[in-house]
Design a protein around this ligand. Sequence first.
Ligand code: BES
Ligand code: MN
Ligand code: ZN
Length: 501
Amino acid sequence: MEFSVKSGSPEKQRSACIVVGVFEPRRLSGTAEQLDEISEGYISNLLRKGDLEGKSGQMLLLHHVPNILSERVLLVGCGKERELDERQYRQIITKTINTLNETGSMEAVCFLSELHVKGRDIYWKVRQAVEAAQDALYSFDSLKTRIAEPRRPLRKVVFNVPTRRELPIGERAVAHALAIAEGITTCKNVANMPPNICNPAYLAEQAKILDSDYEKVTTTIVGEKEMEELGMGSYLAVGRGSVNESLMSIIKYDGAGDDSKPLVLVGKGLTFDSGGISLKPGLGMDEMKYDMGGAAGVLGAMHALAELNLSINVIGVLAGCENMPSSNAYRPGDILTTMSGQTVEVLNTDAEGRLVLCDALTYVERFNPDAVIDVATLTGACVVALGAHATGLLSSHNPLAHELLNASEQSGDRAWRLPLWDDYQDQLESPFADFTNLGGKEAGTITAACFLSKFTKKYNWAHLDIAGTAWRSGKNKGATGRPVSMLTQFLLNRAGQEQGE
Ligand code: BES
Ligand code: MN
Ligand code: ZN
């Protein structure tokens, strides 16, 4: 898909379709008003007859509007003008793109980017529109042998900005959005890939592809032999029941030279989590292919970063592993020695994410990181606490937590902070080892983060639990691409490019 910005009046556009907003009740937006005048009241006439109320998401496609150069006019209901918020704006764009794609317009000029959205500027509106459009047009069909393609698919959308002065800012918004959308697509593609194809070796291959595609990226792979030498007993234990070798990919992006401390992103990469000997129930177990969603998110953010060519140093780590039952698998009762030297009593082999992450988090100490953020589909408890709407954020470092919350607010990729008080640490006590990998039934998301906090004392650290946000279940099952946009926004902010300058 091609996106661009321009500044012009609606009646002068010669396009397959122009898209303008109508508010509730039957009130024309500024651009719709202009079209109405030139068409001698054609549109207001239709509204008077009751063809469109203006409710959010309503669509009315018109052909041959008098005196209009474009073939079609798509009227889009935007709800009450004063109530147009971020979520509605994105939903309206999504519906618009789907309608355009299904009704034969191969290109369109869209004036919805000019609507007033509370507290948001033109940069935000254009960027969100492009991201929402790319999201709407995504489908995972590389493994289908029969694909229903629209006959005349949408190929090009131009978003209008109010004046020529806003063109550079709009162009920048498009560029940022396209880079982020590319990262999101990468994330979705690997996350949706089935676990018989997407195993740890496949994850490592994807990490290598970034290396070959971008000058500033260098990828190295740590295999089981090296993990053995490093003493990563906990990570190795989780993968032991699987015939697929555990592989940890290290993706280095060098954008700022040697003397700038890197940001480190660590993703949980369980390409399948059966639960191991503490086997999960069968219902919905297929969705545990998404247990590498953290690694997919890190890969996607690294892709977006490389595409944006930012002047910062970032290292992405994909902690690839498969958790399977086998006669060789680790078991409840086992005591593992982690790379940090601390010992862990395994009480449940399904609490495996923290066991993989803890060694990856110790491993990254060697990079002398400025900050470390881990991303993981870590706990079912997070889905209970926050549902599918917000990513759980836990951090022992307030400034880093606030930076991430800011980035989530800016990008619309929501996160909500949960406490990480020492009070919860007691739940991990073990009679036989330094601690257990199980915190009991209360506050599961927090105790999982408490576990990780025992391995992150040497740097500033934050943890994102994306168990509820990384994929959708049900009829529209599929990866969401979250939290690529939050992470990339964080990186943009760090590189000092948060705005349209
Ligand atoms: N990958 C799961 C967490 C998960 C479950 C994410 C469902 C999304 C949906 C994780 O490895 C796990 O199994 N966690 C256990 C932890 C428990 C045994 C302490 C859980 O949440 O039930
Ligand atoms: Mn598990
Ligand atoms: Zn898991």
